[in-house]
Design a protein around this ligand. Structure first.
Ligand SMILES: [Zn+2]
Length: 472
């Protein structure tokens, strides 16, 4: 099954996500090198490539690899901490007393270990590409990029840029271990871009990873980032229009909304992925469509945080490119993007009281081709088409909860879960087979995470993680 010679996955139901959105029963995908050489009926594909090894994927769905457009790898060690402590009852307590101090206490070795855990989870549950929102200075960019290269995943790494003014740091008690000099964060981002962007056959991108443009940030930094990104053809991601307080802050500066403020800063444009946008109103949606920015809706995570829904249906109707993201596990608790497919649909339908407001087919577009557009790589991935890179997953449907299948897209969206992902291919290379990761040492990564977490919590001096119920 070596990537150089290629292989055929045959006898499956192939959801192509091509322009015609063809779904091929008794279908096959031929992979040669890093790319897709054929997609079609099994008999035709096998006849055209008689020298390729044929692997039987009967009762599997083959689909494009999933694309997660909002990830915090550094929170992989803090899984579920949002529900483990009374401090989590307030967002700011969660952020400033738990998450940021622990992120600040991490070393480059912790950063690579955390990235390994996160990427392991993503690959095993079918995510083949992701956008990391904020790789911090102390997490060691080189080590994390190397984990991406070695694991085989496709990654857009947002390197953090930040400028938290002293007055704000004092006001909230910002942990200084998680603060970095603004110009140094920009210089480090550009150095990382020079070193890693385009590495590993183009699997690695380096982006600007911005926090948020609220009163905790210096707007001049974002104007500078927007300018440099434009000059260098770089992309950026930022949390935007997330909370009612974002809009209140923008209004205090004389803007109608946070979205209008973002447009003025230059960070809401075609090279941007905006996370959340849960506080965007109808006028903001029109602004977004005009600006050409992509949105990453983090449905499950935002539901847990009680942010309210991203107006996904209105955005899609306005022509905004909306993709999906799991966000960090410190709030919600896992990186299973298949889970988010149904959650975003459930939330949209609950909110609209209209079962046709968001169809399964549209949701799968969000997780694949829209994600590829958000990452600026729709010419390479996001669908199974000849000439594109071979990023694909198979779902073993020979299990009770995926039987029977009337509409394979609906089965993926409403019934499948990450653990059903059987095989994962990225850039023509088999990364996961029979649910087993081939490129990483799963046992060592999980054991390492268990060992490091209490050490990080101790260094961060965070309060004891007390569940709400007594543990005897
Ligand atoms: Zn985030």
């Amino acid at each position: 099954m070596a990537a150089q010679t290629g292989f055929i996955f045959a006898n499956a139901t192939v959801i192509t996500m091509d322009d015609a959105r063809r779904v091929i029963s008794d279908g096959a995908v031929a992979v040669v090198g890093d790319s897709i050489a054929a997609v079609g009926k099994t008999a035709d594909v096998v006849a055209r490539f008689p020298n390729l090894a044929v692997h039987d994927y009967s009762r599997h769905i083959i689909a494009p690899g999933l694309i997660d457009t909002h990830v915090h790898q550094s929170q992989a060690f803090f899984r579920g901490v949002g529900e483990r402590n009374e401090r989590s009852d307030s967002f700011h307590e969660w952020l400033y007393r738990l998450t940021l101090p622990m992120e600040g206490a991490m070393t480059p070795a912790d950063g690579a270990a955390s990235a390994s855990l996160c990427i392991l989870e993503m690959l095993k549950s079918g995510t083949t590409s992701f956008l990391e929102c904020m790789t911090s200075e102390n997490h060691g960019f080189d080590g994390i990029a190397q984990v991406c290269v070695d694991s085989g995943i496709r990654a857009a790494l947002g390197k953090v840029v930040m400028d938290v003014p002293a007055a704000y740091r004092d006001k909230v008690g910002w942990p200084m271990s998680a603060w970095f000099d603004p110009q140094e964060t920009i210089a480090a981002t550009l150095a990382a871009h020079d070193k890693w962007d385009g590495a590993a056959n183009g699997r690695i991108q380096v982006w600007f990873g911005c926090r948020t443009a609220d009163d905790s940030a210096n707007p001049d930094l974002y104007r500078q980032v927007a300018r440099i990104a434009k000059e260098r053809g770089m992309r950026l991601t930022i949390h935007h229009s997330e909370l009612a307080s974002d809009n209140a802050y923008a209004r205090s500066l004389g803007y109608r909304s946070h979205m209008e403020y973002g447009v003025d800063l230059g960070i809401v444009g075609p090279n941007a992925v905006l996370a959340h946008c849960t506080a965007a109103d109808a006028e903001d949606v029109q602004l977004l469509a005009k600006a050409g920015a992509s949105v990453s809706t983090n449905a499950a995570n935002n539901a847990v945080s009680a942010w309210g829904p991203t107006p996904v249906v209105d955005m899609l109707a306005a022509g905004v490119n909306v993709a999906l993201g799991c966000d960090g596990t410190a709030g919600d608790a896992n990186m299973d993007l298949l889970r988010d497919l149904r959650v975003v649909c459930q939330i949209a339908r609950t909110h609209s009281k209209n079962r046709n407001s968001l169809r399964a087919e549209t949701v799968l577009e969000m997780a694949t081709i829209h994600g590829a557009q958000a990452l600026g790589i729709a010419d390479k991935v996001g669908s199974l088409e000849v000439g594109k890179r071979a990023d694909l997953i198979t779902i073993d449907t020979d299990v009770p909860h995926l039987t029977p299948i009337w509409n394979p897209v609906a089965t993926m969206v409403f019934a499948a879960q990450g653990a059903d992902v059987h095989t994962v291919v990225v850039d023509g290379k088999v990364i996961v087979r029979d649910h087993q990761i081939l490129t990483m040492d799963e046992e060592a990564i999980v054991a390492d995470a268990r060992r490091r977490m209490p050490e990080i919590a101790a260094r961060a001096n965070v309060p004891a993680m007390r569940p709400r119920w007594p543990v005897l």
